[in-house]
Design a binder for this molecule. Sequence first.
Ligand SMILES: Nc1ncnc2c1ncn2[C@@H]1O[C@H](COP(=O)(O)OP(=O)(O)O)[C@@H](O)[C@H]1O
Ligand SMILES: [Mg+2]
Length: 652
Amino acid sequence: MGRGCNTSRLPRVYNTLICQCKRGFIFKFSRLEVVAVGNDRPDIASLAPRIALCMQRDQHRLRSRLRALQERHSGSPAAPEAVALLAAEIDRSAQVRARRLVALPKPVFPDDLPVVQRRREIADLIATHQVIVLCGETGSGKTTQLPKICLELGRGAGGMIGHTQPRRIAARAVAMRIAEEVGTPLGHAVGYKVRFSDHTRPETCVKLMTDGILLAETQTDRFLDAYDTIIIDEAHERSLNIDFLLGYLKQILPRRLGLKLIITSATIDPQRFSRHFGDAPVIEVSGRTFPVEVRYRPLRSDDPEVEDIEMLQGILDAVDELSQEPAGGDVLIFLSGEREIRETAEALRKHHPPGVEVLPLYARLSATDQMRVFQPHGKRRIVLATNVAETSLTVPGIRFVIDPGYARLSRYSPRTKVQRLPIERISRASADQRKGRCGRVGPGICIRLYSQADFEGRPPFTDPEILRTNLASVILQMKAYRLGAVQDFPFVEPPDYRAVRDGYSTLHELGAIDERNELTDLGYALARLPVDPRIGRMVLAARDEGCMEEVLIIASALSVQDPRERPMDKQQAADEAHKQFRDENSDFMSYLKLWDFFHAQAEHLSGSKMRKMCQANFISYIRMREWHDVHQQLREIVGEMGLLHAGEGAGK
Ligand SMILES: Nc1ncnc2c1ncn2[C@@H]1O[C@H](COP(=O)(O)OP(=O)(O)O)[C@@H](O)[C@H]1O
Ligand SMILES: [Mg+2]
């Protein structure tokens, strides 16, 4: 065996370890063999196998150079200097890889997690298959333990272990957790990259990122050579990005035979992923879960105009009910957005005796605030979370869940032809995920603020985003990512042919594609705007015309239901009241008038007076607030894209 190689430093690995000795010899170790594969006086024939030991990201380039060398000298021997030069470069890359392999963190595993209990089996499946699907209850250890199992297999050396999350907040939180578990500072062996900030370095071997980031990387790294393993986490969420990635990976896997792909999913139809990847093995880890008692506490009235008040009351009542429970423990409440979280937090603080800690958890929260939910605490806690806590983040210590049954989902309306972000009733699968969050540490109680009949009448699963999205927007994004034509792309679930056709015609109409269906300059600009293409088109025009403030108000009005009400029995009175907003020239201008009217009143009226004022003017208070929220989101997106002119940034 090689002089200068110290085998005691070898990590426990199943596959190959390469190691270079002082005199330039490279050795290849595997469990069964040790082979010398090169030395410092190489002949050209020895180079090809040595390239296989290089960093994945260098291999393609080195092979091309070798091929060029061979072709240039076909018939005559290659110039020894050129061969030596190439050999030296190959060795450099192989050394980098060998060093990375030796430096891989040696993870230790907490033994109470279901994924850890099955870790040998999972490791063997990964070692013997290119693609596997891992499915298990939330909290079973998929997200935090899988990368460690991969590290133990020696993965992460030839390329990074790329680990995607549907949300920015989860990418960072998971990176922190894994870094802590393997005992390295964040951003070293374990790092993360989200939009605008990259916390990785050359020695990083596990990289957390949003799925959007990985998708964007396909533009500069077509075969994803930066990675030797990719984990697509939470694939059941089936966002467009996830569907794009699953199709893209299917296309490149045959050309990246060394790439391992692991798909994880909550226990929601994992077979679909398996079929997509040629019947990849599915491993199901069943978690230790405790029984969860479900209590249905429907709200008293279903008048949509007071629903938010009723909801708040329902939540307070449920919290009171749970505080009677002898067991004690933390409460997790699912809310549909930041505003709902703020309002509920305020109501809880007013309502509750001191001694209870109320913590918000949503995507835009600062990193420090997000991390508070993971810190140990003495007081009883009430965590108010958006969907992020449904599957992506495990909030520790939850004994009780309150589920109002709603979430904000982006959805395309074929009737109005715009994409909206309505608050919708969640599916049964989502409701059961939420319920499951309180059965991890002991028996739990889940209070649903709707009836059992309501629950049973809900759709079983949430539709994947591709079925909820304007195909025009899907086509635009696919073109911008150069993913090819929608109809040829290997989608897990291809969209309907008619929707695709409508999508193309919308894009023609907007001038986003030309007669050959290629993106125009305008199309490229539109693809960068993460809003419905029709609204995007308005925004781009507003930028050119210098009327962004007004257009943002109108565009967001088009994304919500008309707040003006015209009840059957009071049509005349309603018309009379709406006269003050009418504009002779344009319906759009009436939106502006209505907006100004509402916001002028809001400056001096309290919430309940605003409701009364709206009622008197035949305006829906709830829809006005919805409009306001959508406006704020749109404004933020436009601001991030640098499309707001100076002075427009501070506004309403
Ligand atoms: N940031 C964290 N702080 C404390 N505990 C955590 C953190 N992240 C995960 N955990 C714990 O690790 C366990 C495994 O979580 P995770 O790997 O996220 O499971 P899964 O991905 O299967 O839902 C959970 O029981 C959870 O309590
Ligand atoms: Mg997870």
